[in-house]
Write a protein that binds this ligand. Structure first.
Ligand code: ZN
Length: 186
């Protein structure tokens, strides 16, 4: 996706998710506000087929790469929680346990802060890649303060979708916490 050294933040992310055994799949499905999606239960990063076809003809390449970085950041966020959990069932169990340790409001806040962190990483990687390209063309490059201002603005735009995300988190929470009460055997 990015050449080594092009973005230190991506090099770090790649190192962090290496060995997690993430599967990649192409799908016709549409995702909320993104060209890709990471499912922590099945450990699968799904990429919209349409976006991938576009990518191959040089349309919205930067956008798809950025969305994939965002999703890989989610995989990294779950790394500790899901460490050693083998298979979808074991992974789901850990996710359910985590959700049940929180109230619905806490869960929604937690998931939203994960979104912001993932999106900030995506823009950080994007900006570093742009800056490293610019550096190759001129001697000035962009100042870190300038790049941070851009990332802040992008995060503001991203937050326009906060309500839609929160609805999804609530649905997730309810499906995990309400449907999964353990039925105790006598
Ligand atoms: Zn996300």
């Amino acid at each position: 996706m990015y050449a080594p050294g092009e973005s230190p933040a991506f090099d770090k992310l790649r190192e962090d998710v290496e060995g997690l055994g993430i599967s990649y799949a192409m799908t016709a499905e549409k995702f909320l506000n993104s060209r890709a999606d990471y499912d922590a239960v099945t450990n699968t990063l799904r990429i919209s087929r349409e976006s991938y076809e576009n990518y191959r003809i040089n349309v919205e390449r930067a956008e798809l790469r950025r969305d994939i970085v965002h999703e890989l950041s989610h995989a990294r966020q779950y790394k500790t929680l899901l460490d050693g959990a083998r298979g979808a069932q074991a992974r789901r169990q850990r996710l359910v346990q985590q959700a049940r340790s929180m109230s619905e409001e806490e869960f929604v806040r937690f998931r939203w802060s994960n979104e912001l962190e993932a999106e900030r990483t995506a823009w950080e990687v994007h900006n570093q890649a742009v800056a490293s390209f610019e550096k190759g063309r001129s001697t000035t490059g962009f100042s870190p303060a300038f790049l941070k201002r851009i990332a802040d603005k992008r995060l503001e735009d991203f937050s326009d979708n906060k309500a839609a995300y929160e609805r999804e988190f609530r649905t997730d929470y309810r499906s995990m916490v309400l449907e999964s009460r353990p039925s105790r055997s006598p």
